[in-house]
Design a protein around this ligand. Sequence first.
Ligand code: HEC
Ligand code: HEC
Length: 192
Amino acid sequence: MKMKLSTLAFAVGALAMSSTTFAAPPSAEMLSFACAGCHGTNGGSAGLTMPSLASQSKSSIVEAMTKFKSGERPSTIMGRLAKGYSDEQITAMAEFFAKQKLHVTNQKVDKAKVAKAAKIQEKACGRCHLEDGKDGKDDTPVMASQWLEYLQIQMSLYESGKRKMPEKMAEKVKETSKEDLDALMHFYAAQK
Ligand code: HEC
Ligand code: HEC
């Protein structure tokens, strides 16, 4: 009996919560539907060239959107898209995606590269790409389980100078060989 009552109380609570979500005009969740075709309904990427947003910190999403909007960060699609949203809407969507669980992917990676990169990551990148990329310091994006292809595209944008690296990251990347950088992308893609 006791258990049933508490289950009922929980169900009523959940119902009340979802009705307030829909009553508020346009909620963060509703706004984020516009992103679902590419970033998934709960921020889990729907395609190899697109990042997952789930569990990224609020500040990392806001920072990325701001850079897309200004054109500072190069993009295929996000520059045009980001211009359609106000700062308030961007913050609301960032809060929504930050609350979603890490999107775990299963992809083909080179196991030898993954093993080799573990130590390099700890030394060269782990100061900001925390917990093997599952978390990020301040505005550092989540790297764990991102599609390898997406990571490779972003890394080559950095290497070509089209995308600007944070200064401290650039110092570390400069000290890392091309081979090791490639291995690091396999490492991050493999983290779950
Ligand atoms: C048509 C597909 C598409 C849609 C719709 C879309 N995105 Fe994106 N998004 C991308 C792609 C592709 C990238 C990689 C940058 C680029 O090439 O534009 C990206 C990158 C991002 C990033 C950077 C994440 C990181 O790890 O660096 C953020 C943040 C983002 N999108 C937020 C959004 C939000 C918020 C919406 C909804 C308002 C949205 N996107 C809608 C395709 C899309
Ligand atoms: C001092 C902190 C710091 C260090 C050290 C660092 N990064 Fe980053 N990294 C960042 C931040 C902040 C961003 C987002 C930058 C932006 O907005 O362009 C980022 C973004 C990235 C991205 C793009 C991810 C995405 O979703 O857009 C890749 C790839 C990356 N870093 C690789 C590395 C590698 C490899 C190393 C180690 C050799 C490294 N980083 C070291 C802070 C750091």
